[in-house]
Design a protein around this ligand. Structure first.
Ligand code: ADP
Length: 392
């Protein structure tokens, strides 16, 4: 039986290097058959790193034929940034040590980078002197890819678990805030009812009934507003939030809203500067809600200073600005005030569910528009809505 050229050549070199015990044809054939049928690359090299044998597995993995590889330096398949590894490996081999399952990268003839697991052992002559190295390289690119895929899946799973836990935490916090916010007006309402109950049988106190009823009505209005907000969140989340577009005179709507606020908060100076006619197809109720939210915030956080509303048309866009001169918003908070349940200042500072701006943004976005906030802490804030003008 004939040995394949690769094995023949390496044996010749080893035989030339030192007298080796004679290998019978049968043993040589058996060895070469084993080496040749391996799917791993089996390669030998001299202590200088010159390739002396290259089996079929090496041809398959690295793409070089035995003729192309034998006689070349092993750096043929080592990527430039890993050249130092060769010194490390040869150093160990010279000391008679083995390198086991060394995971590294090698380059195939077509430039592909392969993940390789290397086992390198010293080759000795009959006197035990180290004359070279034999190495078995296994292509673990596929295994690495699967490992990376698994890692990525685990990472994503960890991430979604974290998101879920954040969402649950924020939902729990929200329920606590909502309960707290609902309890306040409910308590006032109950107190008023108790007073009414006490006064109702006393004809002399009839005049005191009216303000109590008015107060109770106010509190019910507040509870109903909070419940509406909660319902809005559900509507938006479930996609059942619909716009009813109609021809809308934005100027008239803005004036209405400002007049309402001026009547409700006589101590605050409201102004409205509206440049010309602004008409489009928008949802009247929802736009009223969005503007009301912005003006309520301007009142809540406006430190009693003037609140200005401005509106103008820029090309095919209606631009509405609500400006206050109150506490303002820090740069950190600006990025999150439009998120659900976000409240920049502490709970005790002001009432609210941290939903107004989120709902406002949903309304504006449903109209195809945008809303931004600019602010300087201590100086006030400007909220700007841009709405595409749609006439049809
Ligand atoms: P809330 O019900 O808490 O007012 P919003 O969604 O309307 O909820 O507002 C979210 C947060 O943004 C508020 O808690 C407040 O910290 C901040 N904010 C909103 N508008 C203003 C404003 N005009 N000036 C200062 N801070 C504001």
């Amino acid at each position: 039986m004939r040995c394949p050229p690769a094995l023949n050549q390496s044996m010749q070199e080893f035989e030339e290097a030192e007298e080796m015990p004679q290998v019978t044809d049968a043993v040589a054939a058996l060895l070469s058959a084993i080496v040749d049928s391996s799917h791993d690359a089996i390669v030998s090299k001299t202590l200088e790193g010159v390739i002396t044998s290259w089996n079929r597995g090496a041809e398959e993995i690295f793409g070089y034929t035995a003729e192309e590889a034998i006689g070349k330096h092993i750096t043929l398949i080592i990527p430039p940034e890993r050249l130092a590894e060769e010194d490390y490996v040869l150093g160990k081999i010279r000391r008679g040590e083995k390198v086991d399952h060394f995971e590294t990268i090698r380059v195939a003839k077509d430039g592909r980078r392969l993940n390789i697991s290397l086992t390198i052992s010293p080759v000795r002559d009959s006197r035990g002197r180290i004359i070279g190295a034999s190495k078995i390289a296994r292509d673990i690119t596929e295994r690495k890819r699967r490992e990376e895929e698994r890692e990525e899946l685990l990472r994503r799973e960890r991430e979604s678990r974290q998101l879920l836990s954040d969402a649950l935490k924020s939902r729990d916090e929200f329920i606590a805030i909502a309960a707290h916010e609902l309890r306040n007006p409910l308590n006032v309402f109950l107190l008023n009812l108790q007073l009414l109950h006490r006064l109702i049988g006393n004809p002399a106190k009839v005049e005191q009934l009216r303000p109590l009823v008015e107060k109770a009505r106010e509190q019910v209005g507040r509870i109903s507003m909070l419940v509406d907000r909660l319902l809005d969140v559900t509507r938006i989340r479930t996609g059942t939030f619909e716009l009813f577009r109609e021809s809308l005179d934005l100027r008239a709507l803005l004036r209405d809203v400002v007049q309402r606020f001026a009547a409700e908060y006589p101590a605050i100076a409201f102004s409205a500067e509206i440049a010309g006619q602004i008409e489009g197809k928008w949802d009247r109720v929802r736009m009223d809600q969005a503007l009301t939210n912005l003006l309520s915030n301007a009142v809540k956080y406006g430190a009693g200073k003037p609140v200005a509303l401005g509106a103008r048309v820029e090309r095919d866009t209606a631009v509405i600005e609500v400006r206050d001169h109150g506490v303002g918003i820090s740069a950190d908070d600006l990025g999150r005030i439009f998120d659900r349940f976000e409240r920049a200042v502490g709970r005790a500072h002001n009432d609210g569910l941290g939903l107004g701006l989120w709902i406002t943004r949903q309304i504006v976005q449903a109209h195809g528009g945008t809303i931004i906030a600019e602010s300087e802490p201590g100086k006030g804030s400007i909220f700007t809505i841009r709405l595409p003008i749609q006439l049809e």
